[in-house]
Design a protein around this ligand. Structure first.
Ligand SMILES: [Zn+2]
Length: 322
């Protein structure tokens, strides 16, 4: 099972505490995969979905909120027997009216179907949470956080997508909308926001899994940053050391070695012996020990001497100062 279907499986088992929340979730499902048929004065409410989890949730919500049993038809796919289409209908006039009025789809006063309205009945936080849960069940998907952080809702109508965007906004979730293949896609890309929405939908197991992935990813990034930084420093140390070794070897080859002052000679010898040592380590090796800047100063002097000797093309023999 994909991460997305695990989330759906989990939230399909979550129900609001009150009837209004169940109605709000029902409104979300009807908005996305519902069909409202009208034959003269008669209405029919139908949802059609390939997802058994959505079908089961819809059936239960209608049961819980209205004590109505939907008629269920399962249509097997002729080519892929594992794929089925679930059709749930309510045709009894009184029942249809109950569902459509409660979800705000049928405007009672005008006796007409409000097609674009996403859920006028949603005012409280509990109902908004339930609505988001329903929307995710019917139109949502999420990538495995191991790969990347991405959660989206796909809507056929812009107005409905906009409606959900506004509800998400009341929770501080800033979903972006793009058009893709004639559909309107609302998406979240930040780990933090995806964690928030999983929490809002009460997908607690999925949230825990996401948080584990985030902790590991953060740690990995931190370690990588640290290693990169240390590697850069190490490269600098190595480059400096290579230059020092060249200079020391040059002085040695020019037979000016014995003429170096005692402290410089000792430092040069140690550098040859410990080419990978840092300045600090080198400082601790000399007698008596000196600090990092002291060693740096000595090495700089050695390099200056080498430079001067190179300039004089080796004719110059550096003399010890008396
Ligand atoms: Zn509620």
């Amino acid at each position: 099972m994909s991460f997305s279907s695990n989330v759906k499986e989990e939230i399909s088992q979550r129900f609001g505490n009150a009837r209004h929340c169940n109605i709000a979730e029902l409104a979300a499902l009807l908005n996305i995969c519902g069909y409202i048929g009208r034959f003269g004065e008669k209405f029919c409410v139908k949802i059609q979905t390939d997802n058994s989890v959505v079908a089961r949730k819809y059936f239960t919500l209608v049961q819980k909120a209205f004590k109505i049993n939907c008629n269920v038809t399962v249509r097997r796919n002729r080519f892929h027997h594992s794929n089925s289409t679930y059709i749930l209908t309510v045709t009894k006039k009184a029942d249809v009216e109950k569902i459509l009025t409660a979800t705000g789809i049928l405007l009672e006063k005008e006796n007409k179907i409000c097609n674009h309205c996403y859920a006028p009945t949603i005012y409280s936080v509990c109902c908004k949470r339930a609505y988001i849960r329903g929307a995710f069940l019917a139109a949502g998907s999420m990538n495995d956080p191991q790969k990347n952080y991405h959660l989206e809702f796909v809507y056929a109508q812009q107005k409905k997508a906009q409606g959900l965007k506004e509800i998400l906004h009341t929770f501080g979730l800033e979903a972006k909308m793009i058009k893709r293949k004639g559909h309107f896609v609302l998406y979240l890309k930040e780990g933090e926001q995806i964690a928030d929405i999983l929490n809002i939908m009460q997908a607690h197991s999925a949230l825990l899994e996401l948080e584990n992935v985030r902790v590991v990813k953060d740690m990995r990034n931190h370690v990588n940053r640290k290693v990169n930084c240390e590697t850069a420093n190490l490269n600098k140390t190595v480059a400096a050391s290579v230059k020092q070794l060249e200079d020391i070897q040059y002085i040695k080859s020019q037979k000016a070695w014995e003429n170096l002052p005692k402290n410089l000679l000792q430092t040069a010898q140690l550098r040859l012996q410990y080419p990978e040592a840092s300045l600090k380590e080198l400082g601790l090796l000399v007698h008596p020990p000196v600090g990092k800047s002291g060693i740096n100063h000595r090495l700089k002097k050695i390099s200056d001497i080498a430079e001067k000797m190179r300039k004089d093309k080796g004719d110059f023999v550096w003399r010890k100062k008396q």
